[in-house]
Design a protein around this ligand. Structure first.
Ligand SMILES: Nc1nc2c(ncn2[C@@H]2O[C@H](COP(=O)(O)OP(=O)(O)O)[C@@H](O)[C@H]2O)c(=O)[nH]1
Ligand SMILES: [Mg+2]
Length: 471
């Protein structure tokens, strides 16, 4: 792949540098690592390293540790363990040296400055991973997966990112691209060698092949909603009139007292958000100020406005109703308003005698998704959690088999490829071979951007700038 990339991107100059960065998080730690990648990694570190055994670093076997000191003008900067990993069996496919220092910011900075002074260049964010991509070790989906693994919020989202790192999405997309490319080659041959009586593939055959490609893209897209939720998290907003127990429910779902709860209506004046895991999905839960028809005063007005904003932005609403009181007009209005969105009605305070007319709630919002809960007595909360997760998916997902699109960029490119293939399908029998080739090429190009075969410098910049410096 590296070769193909060089055709449209001049990366040679960039790859000649040796880059260096502190790869561990800032602050104090047991150890801290300064990492170098590039052809001069070993000589640069050798120039500042004095091994205990007296052996030069250049002589060290690949993937071994050497013990010694980093020294500057005869002065010991730190006691270190140095790992030498020689190309190509490394993260970047280049020579990599990692200096394991004592994990304080001062020694790390000094060691970094020293290797920079000896000729290394400070790496840009994500540049190590970018090199792994440019050197053809991983495709772009795998580079993105590295970022997803680092930032994943639940084990499940981490598992899906790991599957992506192992090439699940890349392979699926490459498979589709290969078939598209083969079809394109057949049609092109019939144009180029028309005089030699190579006839274009039969229409029926082309139609079938296009439909099959569209089917494959469709099945990738069909799991994207779920995948995006898994990566980005599900936005849930807890809404209802004042004092029904929204903040209590919010705290109960979080498992700690995050929001203030009192018996005074109007206690919550702002939106409070936290992320919790439910059924493997990262869920961003928002507790909101109680919605009243005629808010009084600036604070209440602003609070209600923010509640509506959270309401609009949410993927899912949990409408809380106080079960110990009869339904009010405000309740009915809020339940009615929530009908246009995915929502669950939680009838709270079910530890107290039930006064609310549940049939009326069901009548307004439909039968499904009405749950009895008690935030204080912890009743029905597991059911609420699984209902929230259940709005993203039902049942178990077989992670072993499926490629799951978790990334908006991939989804957009799939949509573009799909549109181009649909145009090709529509044009069959009407438009000429040249038009068909044009559409197929466009589909191929969109698919290419996913794995990085046709990714522009802009796309790369967007992706890798989101990494931290030492990754
Ligand atoms: N008995 C009972 N009281 C509750 C329950 N949930 C909340 N409360 C009480 O209802 C009052 C208002 O709760 P709060 O969470 O502040 O409501 P919010 O205004 O909707 O956020 C407080 O006195 C809570 O202790 C519940 O499940 N059972
Ligand atoms: Mg509250």
């Amino acid at each position: 792949m590296a070769k193909e990339l060089l055709k449209f991107q001049d990366v040679r100059g960039v790859l000649e540098d040796t880059i260096a960065a502190i790869s561990t998080p800032p602050g104090q730690g047991g150890i801290g690592i300064v990492r170098l990648s590039g052809q001069d990694s070993v000589p640069i570190v050798q120039a500042v390293f004095r091994s205990k055994s007296g052996e030069r670093l250049g002589k060290a076997l690949s993937h071994t540790l050497s013990y010694g000191h980093i020294v500057c003008e005869g002065r010991v900067i730190d006691e270190v363990l140095v790992t030498v990993m020689r190309a190509p069996r490394t993260y970047t496919r280049e020579d990599i040296v990692e200096i394991n220092c004592h994990g304080g910011i001062i020694p790390l900075k000094q060691v970094l400055e020293l290797v920079l002074a000896k000729g290394a260049r400070l790496s840009e964010p994500g540049e190590f991973t970018k090199r792994a991509f440019l050197n053809g070790r991983i495709d772009l989906t795998q580079a993105e997966a590295v970022l997803d693994i680092i930032s994943s919020k639940t084990k499940l989202s981490c598992d899906v990112a790991l599957a992506q790192l192992h090439g699940r999405i890349g392979d699926a997309v490459e498979g589709i691209a290969r078939k598209t490319s083969a079809m394109l080659a057949d049609v092109e041959a019939s144009i180029d060698f028309a005089s030699e009586e190579i006839s274009p593939p039969p229409r029926d055959e082309l139609r079938e092949a296009l439909l099959s490609l569209l089917g494959e893209i469709g099945s990738l897209q069909s799991r994207a909603d779920m995948g995006l939720m898994l990566r980005e998290g599900l936005k849930v907003s807890i809404i209802g009139r004042p004092n029904v127990g929204k903040s209590s429910l919010f705290n109960a779902l979080l498992g700690r007292d995050r929001a203030i709860v009192t018996q005074v209506p109007g206690t919550t004046t702002d939106v409070v958000e936290e992320t919790v895991e439910m059924g493997g999905i990262p869920v961003r839960v928002a507790d909101t100020a109680g919605i009243v028809r005629n808010p009084v005063g600036v604070v209440e007005k602003e609070g209600v406005q923010r509640s509506f904003q959270s309401f609009r932005q949410a993927d899912l609403l949990v409408v809380v109703i106080d079960g110990s009181e009869p339904l009010t007009e405000e309740d009915k209005r809020i339940i009615g308003d929530s009908k246009g969105k995915k929502s669950i009605a939680a009838i709270n305070k079910c530890d107290l005698p039930v006064c609310v007319d549940c049939a009326c709630v069901e009548e307004i919002r439909g039968r499904n998704g009405v749950l009895m809960v008690s935030a204080v007595e912890n009743i029905g909360l597991d059911k609420l959690r699984s209902s929230i997760a259940g709005t993203v998916w039902q049942g178990e997902i077989d992670w072993g088999e499926q490629a799951i699109v978790t990334n908006v960029r991939h989804l957009q490119a799939l949509r573009k490829a799909e549109a181009a293939l649909r145009r090709a399908l529509k044009g069959l029998g009407r438009a000429g071979e040249e038009v068909l080739c044009f559409d197929l090429r466009e589909a191929l190009e969109s698919l290419g951007t996913i794995v990085g075969k046709a990714a522009s410098e802009d796309i790369l910049e967007q992706i890798f700038s989101r990494f931290c410096v030492g990754k």
